[in-house]
Design a protein around this ligand. Structure first.
Ligand SMILES: Cc1cc2nc3c(=O)[nH]c(=O)nc-3n(C[C@H](O)[C@H](O)[C@H](O)COP(=O)(O)OP(=O)(O)OC[C@H]3O[C@@H](n4cnc5c(N)ncnc54)[C@H](O)[C@@H]3O)c2cc1C
Length: 219
């Protein structure tokens, strides 16, 4: 199919989603396509603002069916603009921001739109910290896919050193859990794959990840 903005071809996708589909005809388009690096000026066919993790699968399916490039945008801080794409679909997961600190206080589970400030706000009351970056607006997952370094790296290691597991939606729509013992090759690829292997990140949006003990106590 030829994808033409304004032809109603996005309506099937709209019907499947709780979230909003913003295309070039929408007044929100310019704001929705913006990323942190103002020099990046890409024009996606549509930006899908996911409202729940259930929105992720249909977007991957739609992009695959129509042969469209897909970019996943978390915090939007990637300087090279890997969180957006010309003439394709941007899956904007910024609204998926739940953070859970487990009752024993040693692990944290985060949804894919979490930025560093969200994480710190959730862990600080429990006296916990995940070693990550230095700017609160950076996306946790984009940072983690690149390794993740910051003020606490010398004391506690990179962010990837603390990642215990991740739930991944693959390009084919499979939902898999990966860790050091489950689908370990995928886990290895996530830990530091970053922009250099953007195929990983674009094809495999992480839905949740858990971080644990080694990143835990702030003293
Ligand atoms: C002001 C600023 C300060 C920074 N400080 C630090 C720092 O202190 N330490 C550090 O290590 N890095 C730092 N960085 C670099 C930053 O970690 C990377 O640019 C990172 O890619 C940003 O992630 P993001 O989610 O904000 O960006 P995005 O542009 O949204 O995403 C970056 C990449 O990750 C992918 N991605 C994001 N979320 C997901 C997801 N849930 N599932 C699948 N793929 C996903 C995107 O598709 C894209 O390829 C900084 C960058 C900026 C601009």
């Amino acid at each position: 199919m030829t994808a033409t903005a304004g032809s109603g071809w996005l309506d099937d996708l709209r019907r499947e989603l709780a979230g909003e589909v913003v295309d070039a005809g929408s007044p929100a388009y310019d704001e929705a396509r913006r990323v942190w690096n103002g020099m990046i000026d890409r024009r996606p066919l549509a930006i899908v603002r996911a409202l729940s993790t259930a929105d992720i699968g249909p977007v991957l399916h739609f992009a695959r069916e129509h042969g469209l490039p897909l970019a996943v945008r978390g915090g939007g801080h990637n300087v090279a603009g890997n969180g957006t794409v010309d003439d394709g679909i941007v899956l904007d997961i910024a609204a998926l921001k739940e953070v859970k600190v487990d009752p024993n206080g040693t692990t944290v589970t985060a949804q894919p739109g979490v930025i560093l400030g969200d994480l710190d706000r959730a862990t600080e009351p429990a006296g916990l910290i995940v070693p990550a970056g230095v700017v609160s607006g950076t996306g946790l997952f984009g940072l983690t896919l690149g390794g993740g370094f910051g003020w606490l790296t010398r004391a506690y290691g990179l962010t990837i050193d603390s990642m215990l597991a991740a739930e991944v939606m693959t390009a084919s729509g499979d939902h898999v859990r990966t860790s050091g013992t489950e689908d370990a090759d995928l886990f290895w690829g996530l830990r530091g794959g970053g922009g250099a292997t953007s195929a990983w990140s674009r094809r495999s949006p992480m839905r949740r990840s858990a971080w644990g003990r080694r990143c835990s106590r702030a003293t």
